[in-house]
Design a protein around this ligand. Structure first.
Ligand code: ADP
Ligand code: ZN
Length: 731
């Protein structure tokens, strides 16, 4: 590998900073010079800011006024491939480069000098007297030979107070040393044996490994029903990647899944990988960022932003549950982690594995078109079979208006409990009730800042706005007509369903899984483990349970409202419902016992419900693909969602109208503008929202045209313009 270009002291260089400026700034290289790509600290006005040496300076003015780089940070310079990736990603998502750089440096204190911590190991001094406590400390240190511990670890393992250790340090029996805090992660051993693979798995694994060994770019869609052993298969590709001496990244859609996955990695490779997500501490984030750059981390398990870590030699990216909507960042930089994974891989000659039981239509179509390789795992590992799926026709069920568990579903649950098995009831609504209505005047309690109803959360004893998070106490008096005690909850949420189920099955042990009921990732993890261990008879959950957990005793899944997702006007409504229902159903019967999934629906003849029940997946995808092709929408056409928002309603409509009229740059590429229209949620956090939609042919140079189009308008103060390429949601 050749070294990046070097700039001598005082050479004019361009530095990209993390500050919202629209250009690279000129500086003089610092004393001792610097490399292209170096992370530097530069003066900006009165401040010091983080930047990266981006190339030679522009010049063209009084050089005497150019300030110097303050210092070069002690971290690996940004690699050429990373600069190219960020540039391309910025172009694709129409994101300014400084925002891209911020995304790539999301670890605090990167510039801090290497921080140190104290560690303890066996010393050679002798002690004046031995005590039982001191003997235990020595026993631990001797047992672990040359290893060193932090004070807390050592004290805990020996069962002594830290002062005992400190006393031994004073006498030299234990030595105390400073070591750098950012240490490499323990080595993973790819040669340890994995599970014995089934023939299907082995074939898939071989194919993936061959790709990794080839050392070039490629994307594979790994499609397999839940429980078919996809994870086991892609871990083989990880092993191959580590054997090649390259780094691997596994993206998971949900932090709650990482614990289970880390344990699996530890079993497979003998040590735990690096972690990168919102649940890890700042110190640990910094360690991860630095070690990834230095090659001290072989495998990173993380959330979507891990794609922007400074890998030294990334050879494999796995996007698990690739269809998951959480991969699309919906705030700040708008990007799809799935698309960015593919983009990043093209720059570093890496393989991408997109794993899912229910792939996105995008990936399905790419595989169909031959852009992605496709591997299918069609059967579950071992005895497990796919669950039987049936509809419960709610039109024929005898059920009062404020109850949601049909007699048929109730009977099925009773049956499972009697057999010592578990039942899962799925409802995709957090809280107690989605609407609180006044029986006297019909008033529905809404959020003061958003065009949304407040959702009752009985557990928290508050009304919560799911748009902005605003909460207020549950009133006893109607805010509109002031009638007393006439407010009533309408519709079911997960908490209300739990109440009903508890009344139906007073003896049953119940567990409720909803993201807002857990204070921490740890509490959630403990709950999930308890369920897997059989400590619940009935599990009630929101979307959270649809994602990849293994509950061996679970044999019945009841979907409370299978129609819920079909109502939206969202172009992906059918796809989402199909995926979600199949994912949820896939939770049942993962071990030896056969599973059943029952879908409560008022529309058993709806084509999506029929496709779910029949299990004719390819048929569903083909029909869905044909419809989108006919409509010229993604993945067969291109779209951009434009949202204008401002506290000033007139200003948003004025500008939106003007944008729709002055659409020459878009028309020049054959694109069309739709709207403006009030967004489905017309006000969030006090800001009025108006949407425009731009549609273009698949091959049209959409981003460049959008940039030219948007550049024509001057935004009034306080008006935000957001452009979302390939929008996933249309709220
Ligand atoms: P998926 O990712 O497709 O849902 P997993 O890889 O999680 O499937 O496998 C499902 C379950 O089957 C896990 O408990 C896993 O340990 C087990 N499993 C997978 N492959 C094998 C195998 N070849 N032999 C035995 N057990 C396996
Ligand atoms: Zn609100």
């Amino acid at each position: 590998m050749s070294l990046p270009e070097f700039y001598d002291q005082d050479a004019l260089i361009g530095v990209l900073t993390t500050q919202p400026l629209d250009r690279v700034l000129d500086y003089k290289a610092p004393e001792g010079g610097c490399h292209l790509g170096a992370f530097v600290e530069v003066p900006l006005g009165p401040r010091k800011v983080l930047g990266v040496v981006w190339g030679p300076g522009q010049g063209g003015y009084d050089l005497a006024k150019v300030r110097s780089v303050i210092r070069v940070l002690d971290v690996a310079p940004m690699r050429e491939e990373m600069r190219a990736f960020l540039t391309r990603a910025a172009e694709y998502t129409l994101t300014p480069m400084p925002a891209m750089l911020r995304l790539a440096t999301r670890a605090p204190g990167l510039g801090d000098a290497q921080s140190m911590k104290k560690v303890y190991r066996l010393g050679d001094g002798t002690m004046d007297r031995m005590t039982a406590a001191r003997t235990r400390v020595l026993a631990v240190l001797e047992e672990y030979g040359g290893l060193s511990f932090t004070l807390g670890e050592l004290a805990e393992m020996a069962g002594v107070s830290p002062s005992v250790v400190k006393g031994m340090v004073a006498q030299g029996a234990v030595s105390e040393q400073d070591t750098p805090r950012n240490t490499p992660y323990p080595r993973l051993d790819p040669t340890l044996p994995g599970l014995e693979l089934t023939d299907d798995q082995a074939e898939g694994a071989n194919q993936l490994c061959a790709g990794v060994a080839g050392g070039t770019y490629g994307t594979t869609l790994l499609k397999g029903v839940t429980g078919s052993g996809k994870t086991e298969v892609y871990l083989e590709a990880v092993a191959e990647c580590l054997t090649q001496g390259r780094q691997a990244l596994v993206l998971l859609p949900e932090i709650a899944l990482t614990a289970e996955f880390l344990t699996r990695v530890e079993k497979r490779f003998g040590a735990r990988p690096a972690e990168w997500h919102s649940g890890v501490t700042m110190t640990e984030r910094r360690r991860c960022w630095k070690m990834v750059g230095q090659g001290g981390a072989q495998l990173v398990v993380g959330a979507r932003s891990a794609l922007f870590l400074p890998f030294r030699d990334l050879g494999l990216i796995v996007v698990d549950e690739e269809h998951d909507t959480s991969y699309k960042q919906e705030d700040g930089v708008l990007y799809s982690a799935r698309d960015m994974a593919v983009l990043r891989a093209t720059f570093c000659a890496a393989q991408v594995v997109l794993a899912s039981a229910t792939p996105s239509l995008e990936s399905w179509a790419n595989a169909q078109a031959g852009k992605y390789t496709r591997i299918d795992l069609t059967s579950r590992v071992g005895a497990a079979e796919m669950p039987q799926m049936r509809a419960i026709d709610m039109r024929a069920e005898d059920l009062p208006g404020n109850r949601w568990v049909s007699p048929t579903l109730q009977a099925a649950i009773t049956d499972r409990i009697a057999r010592g098995e578990q039942a899962l009831l799925f409802i995709n609504r957090r809280g107690y009730a989605p609407v609180t209505i006044c029986r006297a005047c019909g008033h529905q309690i809404g959020c003061d800042h958003c065009d949304a109803r407040m959702v009752e959360h009985r557990f928290q004893k508050r009304l919560v706005c799911h748009q902005c998070g605003e909460t207020k106490p549950i009133p006893t008096t109607c805010p509109s007509c002031e009638a007393e005690d006439r407010l009533a909850p309408v519709g079911p949420g997960v908490e209300r369903l739990a109440e009903e189920v508890q009344a139906l099955f007073p003896e049953a042990r119940m567990a409720v899984l909803s993201s807002d009921l857990f204070g921490s990732a740890r509490a959630l993890k403990a709950q999930i483990e308890a369920i897997a261990g059989g400590e619940a008879d009935i599990i009630i959950g929101t979307q959270l349970v649809a994602k990849g957990h293994n509950f061996p005793l679970l044999t019945l899944v009841g979907v409370i409202d299978a129609d819920l997702g079909l109502q939206g006007s969202d172009l992906r409504a059918a796809e989402r419902t199909f995926q979600l229902m199949r994912q949820v159903a896939g939770r049942a019967g993962r071990a030896e016992r056969k599973g059943t999934a029952l879908l409560q629906t008022f529309q058993p003849d709806h084509p999506v419900i029929r496709a779910i029940l029949s299990g004719d997946e390819e048929g569903f995808w083909q029909a869905e693909a044909a419809e989108r092709q006919a409509a010229g929408v993604p993945p067969y056409g291109r779209m951009a969602g434009i949202v204008l928002s401002s506290p000033d309603i007139q200003a948003v409509f004025d500008l939106a109208g003007e944008m729709a009229r002055r659409d020459d740059p878009l028309r020049a590429i054959g694109a069309q503008v739709f709207g403006p229209a009030p967004a489905p949620i017309a006000r969030i956090r006090g800001r009025h929202r108006v949407r425009l939609l731009v549609k273009a042919d698949k091959t049209a140079p959409l981003q460049a045209a959008l940039a030219r189009w948007a550049a024509q308008f001057k935004l009034p103060a306080n008006l935000r313009l957001q452009i979302d390429i390939d929008p996933q949601s249309f709220y």
